[in-house]
Design a protein around this ligand. Structure first.
Ligand code: PBG
Length: 335
């Protein structure tokens, strides 16, 4: 944009503070709003009855047994939260090289999905497709030596997606970053009469330091051998995100996720501007932990920082946000 001399005179006289003076005019000018309907609440599930365990690296977050997860779903629904995402922390004895427990139709996640679907049918349930909570090495796929095998992993991930969808998952969210998994999962779902199951692809998923607390929560962190750099994306790249999104859409993804969130708001915006599809962001465990610990130390205001961080996602064009703050945020909005 170029300015002529008379434009500059006009700009010189403009008072941008004028409409900021009163609450009512700030309300009128507000470009973005955040409502409970924007939020997806990720929770961690454990075995047991009336059992809760704090996640030490995520102050305020607990792992819940299935009965308490059902209560959490009721609370979420009561606050207008549309959906939850479920992650298991399973017994070490059930973890294996190939993550076979992930495709067990009776595993912790499948039982949680059906329990919540029975009790709170109106809440959307998102199931994560990746093997890391089930493997002894903490990787999202199967390994040969140091390598994470692509096609062999996809074959297992497809089975994992199927048992989850059959157990009541409304949304299948592949977070594994293997090539070709969206097409394979879509095909298998359709073959099984599950054509209504939505695919929310973790399309632009970066190899991030901000997943640390999550790996603690699902118990994969201490096990993780090496890094996930051969399948998750390099934080230096944005163009690569466009390729990933393009590919996953071509393979049949309904919705797209960018993850982590706050360090990748530029990617959310790029994807939103480039493709006419709903874009979701995951404000991941480390982002939650930064705010929660800083607030605990008295350095920032927890509620204000939570609200501001989540509004950033709306400004960046996101349709929804996965956040561990979901219930707190919805309660704050609802008053
Ligand atoms: C599994 C998965 C991860 C997260 C969601 N799904 C961890 C990882 O890829 O290592 C991280 C979420 C968070 O940090 O909150 N593939």
């Amino acid at each position: 944009m170029t300015f002529e001399k008379h434009d500059m005179d006009f700009l010189a006289g403009r008072r941008l503070r004028r409409p900021r003076m009163a609450g009512w005019s700030r309300d009128l000018m507000r470009e973005n709003t955040l409502v409970p309907g924007d939020l997806i609440w990720p929770i961690f599930v454990i075995e047991g009855q009336n059992e809760r365990q704090e996640v030490k690296s995520m102050p305020g977050v607990e792992r819940l047994s299935i009965d308490l997860a059902v209560e959490a779903a009721k609370a979420a629904r009561a606050e207008g939260i549309p959906a939850m995402a479920l992650f298991p922390n399973i017994d070490p004895s059930l973890r294996s090289e190939d993550g076979a427990e992930g495709i067990n139709r009776d595993n912790l996640i499948c039982r949680t999905l059906s329990a919540i679907k029975d009790a709170v049918p109106e809440i959307g349930l998102v199931a994560d497709v990746a093997l890391d909570p089930y493997t002894t090495h903490g990787h999202d796929g199967v390994m040969r030596g140091e390598e994470i095998l692509n096609d062999e992993s996809v074959a297992i991930l497809v089975k994992q997606a199927l048992v989850q969808a059959q157990s009541g998952a409304d949304v299948i969210a592949p977070s594994d970053m293997m090539d070709g998994r969206v097409a394979a999962i879509r095909g298998a779902l359709d073959d099984e009469g599950l054509e209504k199951t939505i695919i929310l692809s973790y399309a632009a998923k970066y190899a991030s330091a901000f997943y640390g607390p999550f790996r603690d929560a699902v118990g994969s962190g201490a096990r993780l051998k090496g890094s996930k750099l051969t399948y998750q994306m390099d934080p230096a790249n944005a163009e690569d995100a466009i390729l990933e999104v393009e590919q996953d859409l071509a393979e049949g993804a309904d919705w797209i996720m960018v993850k982590p969130g706050m360090p990748y708001l530029d990617v959310c915006r790029m994807v939103k501007d480039r493709f006419d599809v709903p874009v979701f962001a995951y404000q991941v465990s480390g982002e939650y932990a930064m705010i929660a610990f800083a607030a605990q130390a008295g350095a920032i205001d927890r509620e204000a920082a939570m609200a501001e961080s989540l509004m950033g996602f709306k400004r960046a064009g996101c349709s929804g946000i996965l956040t561990y703050f979901a219930l707190d945020m919805a309660r704050k909005i609802n008053g």
